[in-house]
Structures are given as structure tokens and as C-alpha cells.
Design a protein around this ligand. Sequence first.
Ligand code: HMG
Ligand code: MG
Length: 307
Amino acid sequence: MNDDRRVRITEVGPRDGLQNESVIVPAADKIALVDALSAAGFPEIETTSFVSPKWVPQLADAAEVMAGIARRPGTLYSALVPNEKGLARALEAGAQKLSIFTAASESFCGRNLNASIAESIERFSPVIAAARDGGLPLRGYVSCVVECPYEGRIAPEAVLGTVRRLLDATDGEIEIALGETLGVAVPEEIARVLDAVAVAVPPAAVDLHLHDTRGFALACVDRALSLGVRAFDASCAGLGGCPYAPGASGNLATEDLLAFLERGGWVTGVDAAAVEIAGRLASRLTGRPRRVRSLACDAVSEGESSD
Ligand code: HMG
Ligand code: MG
């Protein structure tokens, strides 16, 4: 198989999806969701966050969830970690990859982490050191790469600035994930960001984390693929959203991303039928209809028009 047709999908539903639910999903249900997603064969499932339960009570049960899931060999069970306290909890729970997260916008960083961008990266230093010493892979999210809920449009140079700070803090030993937090970007805007960041990280090494508020995310994926990006995040049933990004809706639905990639001849190694089962479960657990455009016809024929 041509390796250039291979695309890596990180499933972020259990973390990005469930962090934003007003009703807290019980740990046992979260575990069932992660296990259902494991059956699909993702290389990585972002399973939970070791953040302050005062800030995100929905994920206060992170340790219980990590302890309860059945780990599939070949899948990395990763988690968000904002500081030293989160690090201790994440390591004890056996997180296999650590994700630190900051932003291209000072205002968003302030609301999301109660810190400036520089302070956020300072707080990550024990996490960075632990990943290096323990041989754990590390991801660094940069949120608001196109637009911020508080500052509006974000210049691509600001995104590059934050990317450089993360690279400097880690000697380049980090996967950069670009977060289009609001789900409003069009392909041209994503292309501009990728172009600006390319002087530090080539598109082939970037992970793209798209929300899909306006329904343009797949068009952005298409453009990103043409520019060399080969790693995307998605969320089963299109769940997702950040409590500190009002108005943003879910992530790009994994079901849609898979349908798009598979028809286009891309290879993901992810089982779409298993994702659909997991997406239905996510929908039942949250009481939210699936936001899955590629299944709209199925939904109507099954009498699930609200789906
Ligand atoms: P703070 O209030 O400045 O921190 O919050 P603090 O150190 O003063 O701690 C406040 C309390 O929380 C203390 O408890 C700490 O012990 C406790 P108290 O003494 O009052 O009883 N605490 C913790 N407990 C457990 N685990 C921890 C932890 N840290 C502190 N790790 C802090 C700073 C970073 C903690 C807070 O702002 C926070 O947790 N923020 C996380 C917000 C978040 O999770 N947002 C969503 C994820 S980001 C996202 O969705 C975007 C993304 O998807 C990409 C995209 O779409 O763009 C990734
Ligand atoms: Mg997100």
C-alpha cells in the first residue's frame, strides 16, 4: 500500500465530547463508550482530562475511567494534562500519552487555563519533563488557530508564535495539534495557518483538530490533505465543544471523516461499522442526536429524523 494514502485518526469523543455535557455522564457509561471505540481500532483515543474538577466537573472521574477501560493493544489512551497536579493523577492512572494545551489567543488561554500563554507553558514544564523521562509521547494543542470567541480573527503569525513556544519548551519533541476551536473556518483559512506554521512544522507532522459548527470541516480536511496533513481528530456522533468557547459546536464527526476518507481511497485502519455503533451509544448516553451528515439518509429511513 502507498504509505502516502495512510491517514491517522485520533478519536476525541470521550474527552472533547463529554467535557461539554451539561448532564454528567456516569463513569461506567464513559468506560462503555471508550470500550466501544476501542473495538474500532483507533491508533489513539483521547480518553479523558486530568484538569481541575472545579473547572470541568464532567471529567472529575478521569482516574476511574482510565482504570475501568479495557485497553486494546495498538491503541494509545491519552489524556489532557494542564499542570503538575494533573500530571501526578495522569501518571498514576496510566495515561499512555500526555496532551498539554494552550492557545494562539491570550484571552482564550486566560479563560480556559487562568493563565497567559507564557504562564500556561511554564506550568507544563513538569509534564514535558515527565513525558521525556518516561518516554511518553506528548501532544501540544494550540487552540483558536483561526478565530477566538473573545478576540475574533487570529493572525496565522500568532499561531506560529505559540507553536514556536511549544517547540522551544520541548526541544521539538512534541506533536503539534492545531485546534479550530469554533468550527467556523473555511479551507482558505486553514491553508493560511498551515502555510504560516510550515516554517516550524511541516503539514505532514501536524495534527488538525477541527470543530464543525458551520459544516465546513470536511472541506478543510480536503484542503489540508492536499497540503500534506495526514493526522486528524474527530469525535463519534459529532459530540464535542469546549466549555470556555461559547457558541462552538461539536468536533468533526468521526463517521463523516471516515466516509469521506474511505470513498477518497485513504486508508485509516479504523472500522467504520464499529464507530457507528459507538456513535449510537454516545448519542444514547448524552441524549443528543448524532450530528452525522453522512448518515442523514440512514437516519430518515430508520425513522430517526431527529438524529
Ligand atoms: P486555577 O484555578 O488557576 O488553578 O486553574 P489552581 O491551581 O488555583 O487550582 C484550583 C483548584 O483546582 C485547587 O483546588 C487545585 O488543587 C485544583 P482547591 O485548593 O481550591 O481545593 N486543581 C486540580 N485538581 C485536579 N487536577 C488538576 C488540578 N489543578 C488544580 N490538574 C487550571 C488552573 C489549569 C487547573 C484550570 O484552569 C483548568 O483545569 N482548566 C482546564 C479547562 C479545560 O479543561 N478546558 C477544556 C479543554 S481545552 C479544549 O477543549 C480545546 C481543545 O479541544 C482544542 C480546541 O478545540 O481548540 C483541546
Ligand atoms: Mg476541541
